[in-house]
Design a protein around this ligand. Structure first.
Ligand SMILES: [Zn+2]
Length: 60
């Protein structure tokens, strides 16, 4: 069994370092995700929130 270690990754959005924890890595592997997260949690939440707020808003 593979052992995971916390890993520090730099967020591509805000440039801040964030920790990709061992638990998250295990979760990712379990889900079959091969890519590491590129964004910190805050930016991911922001993106998610933006996505959820996606309303048909067309201003012309
Ligand atoms: Zn970020």
């Amino acid at each position: 069994m593979q052992e995971f270690q916390d890993k520090t990754i730099t967020c591509v959005d805000c440039g801040q370092d964030f920790v990709f924890t061992a638990g998250e890595q295990a979760f990712y592997q379990e889900k079959g995700f091969t890519n590491e997260p590129k964004r910190c949690k805050a930016c991911r939440e922001k993106k998610k929130a933006a996505h959820q707020n996606e309303q048909p808003k067309e201003e012309k």
